[in-house]
Design a protein around this ligand. Structure first.
Ligand code: NDP
Length: 283
């Protein structure tokens, strides 16, 4: 039976380290600050924003929320970002996605100063990650890497198979695994014989968004399985992209859903915000 990789416990440990660091910074007169921008009234986005603000409060980060109406124009949002780019109290800017359709998301993300881009989505930060000199790493894949490290997985020489090639999970996690000397295979919807590819993985990272589409029987004996997927089934149940019960019989370690990668994402946002405050203040 596989070891459970407890994302809640790992996140709690990292958050207590962040709290200690924020306390030290505050003692030097530096208060890390995160601006959270929400446009419109998408209920799921509102929940995420509340969770991020609560997490900031818990570790002592100053959070400044901007709630804008759904009919906000692109110009108005760009003006706000310009203002936040120059605001010395703010070290990180997060624009909650998705944005309403009248607003060009790419343009908005590129308007955020790369030095305050704590989500790691600006092409400058994507480029830095690709050349092996990251400034801010995107939070979910960074959380995956921290979980692997905390589980004692050394990636050098390992076969890592990633299912999913999105800009927010699949591609950046591939770059991070490569930087740690893994041999990386990225699969997607056009990949042939996914079962065989998955079967080669010493470490499998699933980021697809389809409930339990990766079958337990495909998993190599002893593999480490990180399931990024979060899929709602029925009214209340959440499942991952991997068939958890069957995969647990074959894997050496596996993340649950919920309680796996989920809690790491906001944790790494807090981490990036504190790092940004440290860079700005050169301490
Ligand atoms: P996207 O929809 O952007 O990407 C999904 C990827 O899966 C695409 O690359 C797609 O391939 C690939 N895919 C789809 N169907 C198949 C298939 N049958 N076989 C192989 N590959 C397939 O999703 P995200 O990366 O944004 O998210 C993935 C999952 O992770 C979702 O469940 C999401 O909710 C979750 N998530 C969880 C987070 C957390 O904090 N825990 C944060 C972010 C995401 P193609 O490119 O060819 O279309």
């Amino acid at each position: 039976m596989a070891q459970l990789i407890d994302g809640k416990a790992i996140a709690a440990k990292i958050r207590s380290e962040i709290t200690a660091e924020v306390t030290d910074l505050r003692a030097k007169g530096i208060v890390p600050g995160l601006a959270v921008v929400l446009v419109g009234d998408d209920p799921a986005s509102a929940v995420y924003v509340r969770m991020k603000e609560k997490a900031c409060q818990d570790v002592g980060i100053f959070s400044d929320e901007y709630k804008l109406p759904a009919d906000t124009s692109e110009q108005e949002l760009l003006r706000l970002i310009d203002k936040l780019n120059c605001d010395l109290r703010i070290h990180g800017i997060l624009v909650q996605l998705p944005l309403p359709r009248q607003i060009n998301t790419e343009k908005v993300l590129e308007a955020i100063s790369p030095h305050k881009d704590v989500d790691g989505f600006h092409p400058y930060n994507v480029g830095r990650l690709m050349v092996g000199k990251p400034l801010f790493r995107p939070c979910t894949p960074y959380g995956v890497m921290v979980m692997l490290k905390e589980t004692g997985v050394d990636l050098a020489g390992k076969e890592v198979v990633i299912v999913g090639r999105s800009n927010i999970v699949g591609k950046p996690v591939a770059a991070m695994c490569l930087a740690q000397h893994a041999t990386v295979t990225i699969c997607h919807s056009k990949t042939r014989d996914l079962a065989a590819k998955v079967g080669q993985a010493d470490v499998l990272i699933a980021a697809v968004g389809q409930p339990e589409m990766i079958k337990g029987a495909w998993i190599k004996e002893g593999a480490v399985v990180i399931d990024v997927g979060v899929n709602r089934v029925g009214e209340k149940k959440l499942v991952g992209d991997v068939e958890f019960a069957a995969a647990s019989e074959r894997a050496s370690a596996i993340t649950p859903v919920p309680g796996g990668v989920g809690p790491m994402t906001i944790t790494m946002l807090l981490y990036n915000t504190v790092e940004s405050a440290k860079h700005t203040c050169k301490c």
